[in-house]
Design a protein around this ligand. Sequence first.
Ligand code: FAD
Ligand code: DLZ
Ligand code: SF4
Length: 522
Amino acid sequence: MKTLVLILGDQLNRDLSSLDGFEPGRDVVLMVEVAQETTYVPHHKQKIAFILSAMRHFAQELRDEGLSVDYVALDDPANTGSFSGELARAVARHRPDRVVVTEPGEWRVRRMMDDWAQDLGLPVEIRDDDRFICSRADFAAWADGRKSYRMEFFYREMRRRTGLLIEDDGPVGGQWNFDAENRKRLPASLSLPPRGRTAPDAVTAEVITLVAARFPDHFGDLDGFGWAVTRTEALAALDHFIADALPSFGDYQDAMAEGEPFLFHALLSPYLNIGLLLPREVCVAAETAWRAGKVPLNAVEGFIRQILGWREYVRGIYWLEMPGYAQTNALKAERPLPWFYWSGETEMNCLANAIGDTRRNAYAHHIQRLMVTGNFALLAGIRPAEIEEWYLAVYADAFEWVELPNTHGMALFADGGLLGSKPYAASGAYIDRMSNYCGPCAYDPKIKTGAGACPFNPLYWNFLIENRARLGNNPRMAMPYRTLDKMPAERVETIAREANAFLDALDEAKPPQKAGQPDLFA
Ligand code: FAD
Ligand code: DLZ
Ligand code: SF4
């Protein structure tokens, strides 16, 4: 049965389920660069270059292996610009008996696939994406009948199922979680490992030129492009992380530092998310380094928890709850996204750094995403769909299955607590404790209201005031509400007045749309 196998840009792995049973000489792989995918959000230029270059390299590797690959480039004049259009054209070219595809990572694309069999007049087989350690069916079975879906319990179950960091039927070291050891501030004297980046080869250079010409108005710089675009390069990036950064990953996982965008983080999420690396092999590599005595337990447990726990968990939640999940807005947040998220122009130094790092690298680490840009969006009551589009656009690792639960659930509490038991709301004191951003800032985290006050301070208390009806009974919010209740009435009034004046000024900062610019505020 002649088969046309469609491989999407985030499915670049030789062991992909859609390639099972592929017969060279009979079957054909189809890969397509399409405008629909490059522009459904205004992706960072580096993200587009990363995916297109990795697609081109993967296609070549398959050809080198003797597979027949039909590759449609973005600038092919006949390119229809969509998965559905390109699949229909390829069916006409190759006349297959069936189409096979691995299920996509995004609901949007999965819905598109529902029409294909009828439109093409052919059987379309959609196979499970077995790159994940927990299948969608297994996650649904785990979730079935539970009152709450806490990640920590899912994670323990996954440790037991995989045997990762398990000894004598229990967790190694006698505890499941070593996070208590993982919240250190970065000492000024600590020297950071140089982070290896991958120099663009000729294929990447050509794609970078294409992206610069075709997407000049998209967010982000192309200059610092340093992403691996092949499996071999991604495996080298994994080795580098394990040898040079993993040993201190746990200790400084929550730290932030001006001019140091990478610290001890893995920089592996883009590779995991497009298939250049597999989650299981990354966890095994980390565990092996620990067993060899090269990495402390708090680091390896913290790292494996991010992948075996959080990554698998958010994917499970996404498929369990979509499409309704994206529509919830538990805190009724309706403010438009301030323009500085795109321009980086703000006097708040923490935000300027997180957004500037993002613009330069298509990367910011977890605490920058959660406690700086995410925390501000939460406190300022930014409309979930607008800030979600921002996160989906600006990071090289952003695909909706992982971006949405992290933003909608973890950062914004827009799901009303399905994913996290309380909002990650914090005042300037948290950012001051975990970073060196506040020293050079125009504001002072120690000033609570009035001239020079860090805007996160009145915004934090105002957030509690405004959301009392929704959060006041949450036991995990009892302490801050007790503190708020002890404040004199005039102080509460001052906080609310200053917070609202700040937020009104933000709304006024929305610039007119420039010609040719994607209408980000539509
Ligand atoms: P490290 O910090 O070194 O962690 C190691 C690995 O663990 C990562 O490579 C990643 O695969 C995994 N991981 C860590 N935290 C998470 C998490 N919360 N959810 C899923 N996987 C995790 N991650 C994405 O891959 N794509 C996104 O679009 C994305 N959007 C996010 C949006 C917000 C608002 C927040 C708060 C987090 C988001 N994350 C996203 C999760 C996390 O921030 C990134 O996975 C991480 O920063 C990637 O960098 P790293 O590889 O250096 O990770
Ligand atoms: C993100 C992305 C981009 C920018 N471009 C393409 C592309 O041209 N062709 C392609 O197959 N995939 C691309 N992708 C990844 C898809 O958006 C991704 O496969 C879907 O969102 C499904 O997860
Ligand atoms: Fe951010 Fe406030 Fe610190 Fe400035 S003072 S860097 S706004 S937390």
